[in-house]
Design a protein around this ligand. Sequence first.
Ligand SMILES: *[C@@H]1O[C@H](CO)[C@@H](O)[C@H](O)[C@H]1NC(C)=O
Length: 340
Amino acid sequence: MERLRPSATALFLMIMFQFYLSIKVGGIGVNYGMLGDNLPPPSQVIALLKSRGVTGVRLFHPNLDALRALQGAGIQVILGTLNQDLQGLASNPSFATNWVQTNVIPFSQTVQFSCISAGNEVIPGELAEYVLPAMVNLKAALRSAGLGQTPVSTSVSTKIIADSFPPSHGKFSPEVSSIMRSITAFLAADGSPLLVNVYPYFAYISNPQQISLSYALFTSPEAVIVDGGLEYDNLFDAITDTVYSALEKAGGETVEIIVSESGWPSAGNGDIATVENAQTYNNNLIAHVSEGCGTPKRPCKRLETYIFAMFNENLKPQGTEQHFGLFFPNMTEVYHVQSN
Ligand SMILES: *[C@@H]1O[C@H](CO)[C@@H](O)[C@H](O)[C@H]1NC(C)=O
């Protein structure tokens, strides 16, 4: 059937189109939070992620059912430790070895771990001092298991930043600067990224007089701030670059950022947390990150980003916290996002 054989040109176009598609969805992940008593089993959740072309997932803590479901799924994984495990991980190398042997090694052939995260948003705080020693012990445990190439980091909120405007002024706050300087040195030496939770929503609601909703939702038609030679038309880039500025001032010029969380709630706060705004934010976020254009300070550098979150979680605090999900627990969409 000679006529059915595609021409070389058609074949080339088909390959390029598939290449384009995979580029387009690459770099977008979703946070799989599990603080709900009505969520579907992990196997169904991972199947849903796969069907939507999602290329990354973040687990806040190990869940063996989820990890089993991720085997061979082609979805890269940020795996966190429980905050309550930080002290043990920090003070006891064999705790870290056990953690890696239980949660990483059994899956290391079939799951791509893009990062292991020692804790979530514990800096500043009473657990902050344990983060770096936990990272060191986790790295050593991975290395002795032959997995030394797996990055180890921690996930921080922008509470660690003082002087967040304009982005070039960003620096670590005095309270955290010593800890963040040490963590930055570890990340730089190890070639590992810093995981940052970037929420234009919270910045906007804390200062709606001075921040426009369009700047927060990626809908501003023009630059809103000019900082040195750099122009910002969206708050997401501005916040991310503020953290880049802080890293640079702490000796972390080479440290990359992964946005471990970003999102917008669809209910729980009047006419700001609406389905329409959440849908606008997340679709624009995906489009922005998928362009692969990075931020003004790191142009042409794909910014790996994880949307918060997969589900509305009914065991989180009342209010907006329960309404960040892209999906209801019954796996129907809260609103549609264009992930593929
Ligand atoms: C799924 O849950 C949402 C929220 O509770 C509800 O509005 C919707 O009707 C449900 N859909 C199905 C198919 O059960």
